[in-house]
Design a binder for this molecule. Structure first.
Ligand SMILES: N[C@@H](CCC(=O)N[C@@H](CS)C(=O)NCC(=O)O)C(=O)O
Length: 200
């Protein structure tokens, strides 16, 4: 498998999970501006959406969308327990979290990468995002991980997108449960290794 990535972007989540599962993979850096891979390929030919993450399988299929890639990877090694069994009610709860992270937290933080978002407009986006943070806090104040006591692919995804708060001068220390979650997940050996491997 090949994981197309950009350092510390959302592709870091499947990268972490590949390491958690000890699956064999190659990392391919993508120039997100020029849309060229480090292997000299036109990235738009690989993923016409033009964004990471993209996972090329050994059969040539390319899978995109972090939530789908994360579940695909978890299901390659179900015994590792990074996702509840497909078809179970717990799996639906995982999907509920993945969608919340993708749409509310990933989307809510990514908007600040646009320098045009300033002043009152930024304050409006922040107010919405902080309401979503309150939902996370309600959960993470009473349990270590989104699904309970057990780490899952949703936690890897949440960790990756919450890291972006620092890029936007949002101090997660204002939400101790979120800061503690980042600390907890950030200490996992697979996370430490993935961050080191992406260090540009
Ligand atoms: N809907 C996609 C969004 C992926 C995404 O936002 N990728 C960003 C990095 S986190 C990217 O590569 N942006 C570059 C671009 O859109 O040109 C997903 O959930 O995986």
């Amino acid at each position: 498998m090949k994981l197309y990535f950009f350092p510390y972007a959302c592709s870091l989540a499947p990268h972490i999970v590949l390491r958690e599962l000890a699956l064999p993979f190659d990392l391919v850096l993508v120039d997100n501006q020029a849309k060229i891979t480090a292997e000299g390929e036109d990235f738009l030919q690989i993923n016409p959406k033009g964004y990471v993450a993209a996972l090329k399988l050994d059969n040539g299929q390319v899978l995109t969308e972090a939530s789908a890639i994360l579940q695909y990877l978890a299901d390659l090694k179900p015994a590792a327990g990074l996702a509840p069994a497909n078809g179970s009610w717990e799996r639906v709860r995982l999907q509920e979290w993945l969608n919340f992270i993708a749409t509310e937290i990933h989307g809510g933080l990514a908007v600040f990468f646009n320098d045009a978002i300033q002043g009152d407009v930024r304050a409006l986006f922040e107010a919405t995002l902080f309401k979503r943070f309150a939902v996370l806090v309600q959960t993470l104040e009473r349990q270590d991980y989104l699904l309970g006591s057990h780490y899952s692919v949703a936690d890897a995804y949440l960790f990756v997108v919450l890291r972006w708060a620092a890029f936007h001068a949002i101090d997660l220390g204002r939400w101790p449960a979120l800061a503690a979650f980042q600390q907890r997940v950030g200490e996992r050996p697979a996370v430490v290794a993935a961050l080191a491997a992406e260090n540009p």
